[in-house]
Design a protein around this ligand. Structure first.
Ligand code: MIC
Ligand code: SF4
Length: 634
């Protein structure tokens, strides 16, 4: 067996491990973050379960930190109190980004982790099967329910050789994105093997598994080996180590070889992580802003390299450079060894240990800016500046370019090597343990509104094609997140006025006026975030079905969990037979769900369009009763 199969087998609750069939697995650990957490905890409460049933569940507060009004602090207080009262650990604001902290303090090789954030696969860097999901799925897993997924195909990514100086783990995952594109991982797990693995530290492996989310993959995983053991020893957690690798005769569904020796620095160009070009083709482009950080590239190792490059130098006059350390552990270590002083002295602005600019929570660049970011997503308008162009690069490329003011390759730049520490600085005093608190009173501020409830499926679905979208629509298009909207993540009615506003500002008003209808889309609809709001808000607006050429995994599950039917064109060319404003009808919806075959009648043109529903038996039943929570009540 390969490693993916081994971990799945040891957690299998139902189903057969044949790629494409629905299985369910036991979840050992969960994580939530604040911008998906408030909803997830409201949903957890709706299950009626008192204490979580997992080995470890952690609620992180890391996304929404601006506190420009009381709203953010209301969310933080709700999460802290609701989590502690249900047996969940809390990582307080300032402790760091969920994925970085989880890797440092909680992740265990061979365990399963379900997180209400699409970059949960970061845990694959330490040999976990770590999967991102909507808040409702995470809420159910906290309550002890298994997690349902389609048994993935397993892609072997074999790493040959070793990286040259200036070429990084970020360039490895950018290469994989160049090969597979942003939908090439759907229904698959990326499993890394080969001699190159042993040269990659755990944080570097985590960069690769983190950004594997951009492939649309179920997750990505590295073996747990001597390097993993050393990392856990350095985190004071040697007892959490187990050795895990694929069998020598393991088989895979696909095989990709990446020759690390020949890799060059790369960048993902606007507006997709899959739009990859060599840095050599971009060199000399003037840069206005550089942001170093995010769950992809903010480890001790990353920021030490940045400090070495910046030491004794000054950031270019045209560039605004920000650095957000991934965790308080990283920040404190940099402070203690003097590297922080080197970064500050260069003219960089130090932000708190949080997602910050990555989710558009501050640092929106100026009009038409070129922004270099070490993050994982450069979707249109994610920065909050629609005209900005974001390039995703490694911390080395970012630091070197900050000094020159133009995109510059770090290959050949001389800076002192950085070693992994033998001991990390361990201070868990910002992690609250539920066992230390009795009778916690849940604090629920006015901003925290109930989540919308879906109804049982009607026999006939009618409505207009409210909008017709192209390919690769992201959840940042469907439910934008920026500094002004993030504070309303627990207020679906408020958010509904911004649904799809990145595509068409009139959409929310139209949907409200017409009492809902259909969304028509191209391929890979819903790529990106796990935010369930991209389903809850359409549910609130009365969206009955989304008809697309194909869907991204997490968003499709979120739609079904909330009773919205994700339908796929039987013939992709039928996409052309629907225009915005056409009157659409589906008869016999319940039987169609059971048959997984639908006929969409376009009353405006007379066309009858065959559609299919790609889902398992469980999801069929769920759609009929109107979503996951209704199904559980039944
Ligand atoms: C993201 O990187 O897009 C986010 C913000 O972390 C999201 C979660 C969210 O929208 O709250 C994700 O990756 O799932
Ligand atoms: Fe936070 Fe950005 Fe990572 Fe999402 S991708 S968890 S916003 S740092």
């Amino acid at each position: 067996m390969n490693l993916t199969q081994k971990i799945i087998k040891s957690h299998l609750v139902s189903g057969n491990m044949n790629a494409g069939e629905e299985i369910s697995i036991r979840i050992d650990q969960t994580l939530t973050q604040d911008s998906t957490g408030t909803m997830a905890y409201l949903q957890f409460k709706a299950t009626g379960v008192d204490k979580v049933k997992t080995e470890r569940s952690v609620a992180y507060i890391d996304h929404n930190m601006l506190q420009a009004s009381q709203l953010n602090a209301d969310d933080h207080a709700y999460i802290q109190t609701v989590a502690l009262s249900h047996g969940i650990y809390v990582s307080k604001p300032g402790n760091g980004i969920c994925h970085q902290v989880h890797l440092e303090r909680f992740g265990k090789p061979g365990k399963t982790l379900l997180g209400s954030d699409s970059h949960t696969p970061t845990g694959g860097g330490i040999g976990m099967l770590a999967i991102g999901a909507g808040g409702l799925d995470v809420a159910l897993a906290m309550g002890g329910a298994p997690f349902y997924l389609i048994m993935p195909k397993v892609v072997n990514i074999e790493l040959k050789g070793n990286l040259r100086k200036g070429v990084t783990a970020k360039d490895v995952i950018l290469k994989v994105l160049e090969i597979l594109t942003t939908s090439g991982g759907v229904g698959k797990v990326m499993e890394y093997t080969g001699e190159g693995v042993k040269y990659l530290t755990v944080p570097e492996r985590a960069t690769i598994t983190n950004m594997g989310a951009e492939l649309g993959a179920t997750t990505s995983v590295f073996p747990s080996d001597e390097t993993t053991r050393e990392f856990l020893v350095a985190q004071g957690r040697e007892s959490d180590f187990v050795s895990l690798t694929a069998d020598a005769d393991a088989t895979y569904d696909e095989h990709i070889v990446i020759d690390l020796d020949n890799l060059a620095p790369l960048a993902a160009c606007p507006h997709s992580p899959g739009n990859v070009k060599p840095i050599s083709e971009l060199e000399g482009k003037k840069v206005d802003q550089i942001c170093i950080g995010s769950c992809t590239n903010s480890s001790y190792l990353d920021l030490m390299k940045v400090a070495r490059i910046l030491k004794g130098k000054t950031v270019s006059p045209n560039v605004s450079l920000t650095v957000s350390p991934g965790s308080r552990q990283v920040l404190t270590m940099l402070a203690e060894n003097g590297a922080l002083a080197d970064i500050i002295s260069s003219g960089a602005r130090i932000l708190e240990c949080a997602c910050g600019p990555c989710i558009g929570n501050g640092q929106s660049p100026k009009q038409d800016a070129v922004s270099l970011r070490t993050f994982n997503r450069n979707f249109y308008n994610r920065t909050g500046t629609p005209s900005a162009n974001v390039y995703l690069v490694s911390p080395e490329t970012a630091a070197v370019s900050a000094l020159t003011g133009v995109i510059t390759s770090p290959a050949g730049v001389d800076f002192a090597d950085v070693e992994m520490p033998e001991k990390f600085l361990i201070n868990d005093n910002l992690i609250l343990k539920p066992e230390d608190f009795d009778n916690v009173e849940i604090v629920r501020g006015d901003n925290i509104k109930p989540f919308p409830k879906s109804k049982a499926l009607a026999e006939t679905l009618t409505g207009e094609a409210l909008i017709k979208l192209g390919d690769d629509i992201t959840t940042d298009h469907i439910m934008p997140s920026n500094a002004s909207l993030l504070a309303y993540r627990s207020n679906v009615p408020y958010l509904s006025d911004y649904c799809l506003s990145n595509c068409d500002k009139e959409f929310p008003a139209r949907a409200k006026k017409l009492g809902g209808g259909f969304i028509i889309a191209g391929s890979n609809y819903g790529q990106g975030s796990s935010r369930e709001h991209a389903a809850l808000v359409p549910l609130y607006l009365g969206i009955k079905a989304v008809v697309a050429k194909s869907f991204a995994r997490i968003h499709k599950d979120n739609l079904m969990n909330n009773g919205i039917i994700p339908l796929v064109f039987e013939n992709a060319s039928d996409y052309d037979k629907i225009s915005q404003g056409d009157k659409l009808r589906i008869d016999n919806a319940i039987d169609s769900v059971k048959a997984r075959k639908f006929t969409l009648i376009n009353e405006s043109t007379g066309d009858k369009i065959p559609l299919r529903l790609e889902c398992g038996d469980r999801q069929q039943n769920m759609l009929v009763v109107g979503g996951s929570l209704n199904s559980i009540k039944h």
